[in-house]
Design a protein around this ligand. Structure first.
Ligand code: PEP
Length: 254
């Protein structure tokens, strides 16, 4: 069984004081049977790094540049994030794709840059409501993954995490049903198998989209759902802990 991951995407929230407090509440709890990652805004990374240092909680960033340096105003390079203790970087979140112009190709370049710096991409895929209703979910997700395979090669996800996040479920309170999510997760694992049979069994595929303390259990009970990427519910430690516990329970009972 794969060790589950619960990653908190704090998005553009918090102050220096509030993120330090949230991070210290999280590091005060001892986690077993689940890998926990917190992803503050880049500017808060040094503060959060100093709080999580020495704990089992890992640090992630929400985005990284597709180049290592140069004339890229406003970007942050993966190697810089690594210097401050980040181990993971979210790549291709739907908010980056829909609001900031990220394309399948630029996400693939970012993924490569993250890997080049020795960090682990948490690569996000997912369809819009229109695409789901048009029956295009699997072709959209395949296209998003294929762009990375084309750029990086068949080993693109061997050292990565994938997050399936249906766009219509992010921040909306509408969650994919466990069966809907499992169907896509299993299809993703099949796609991986065709490219890298060894990795397809070990890659963690997280579900994201309005996961909360009430629905985490039944989502994480599905065989191809290896934890969650959590937005809103990661901002309150009690909710976040309940989600971490739900993931850990699946692992310890397996
Ligand atoms: C996200 O932003 O990755 C996310 C899943 O958000 P939420 O949990 O709020 O839907």
């Amino acid at each position: 069984m794969r060790l589950p991951i619960v990653a908190g995407n704090w998005k553009l929230n918090g102050s220096r004081e509030s993120v330090r407090l949230l991070a210290s509440e999280i590091t005060d709890k001892s986690f077993s049977d689940v890998e926990v990652i917190v992803c503050p805004v880049a500017l808060h990374v040094p503060d959060v790094a100093s709080v999580v240092a020495g704990s089992s909680v890992k640090l992630g960033a929400q985005n990284a540049a597709f180049e290592e340096g140069g004339a890229f105003t406003g970007e942050v390079a993966s190697s810089m994030l690594a210097e401050y203790g980040c181990t993971h970087v979210i790549v291709g979140h739907s908010e980056r794709r829909s609001l900031f112009g990220d394309t399948n190709e630029s996400c693939a370049q970012r993924h490569q840059a993250v890997l080049n710096a020795g960090l682990t991409p948490v690569f996000c895929v997912g369809e819009s409501l229109e695409e789901r209703e048009a029956g295009e979910t699997l072709s959209v997700v395949t296209g998003q993954l294929d762009a990375v395979f084309e750029h990086v090669g068949n080993a693109a996800f061997d050292q990565a995490v994938i997050a399936y996040e249906p766009v219509w479920a992010i921040g909306t309170g509408k969650t994919a049903s466990p069966d809907q999510a499992q169907e896509v997760h299993a299809a993703i694992r099949n796609m991986l198998h065709a490219r890298s049979p060894e990795a397809s069994d070990s890659v963690r595929i997280l579900y994201g989209g309005s996961v909360n303390a009430g629905n985490a259990d039944e989502l994480f009970a599905k065989p191809d759902i290896d934890g969650g990427l959590i937005g809103g519910a990661s901002l309150k430690s009690a909710d976040f802990f309940a989600i971490c516990d739900a993931a850990a329970k699946q692992y310890s009972q397996a």
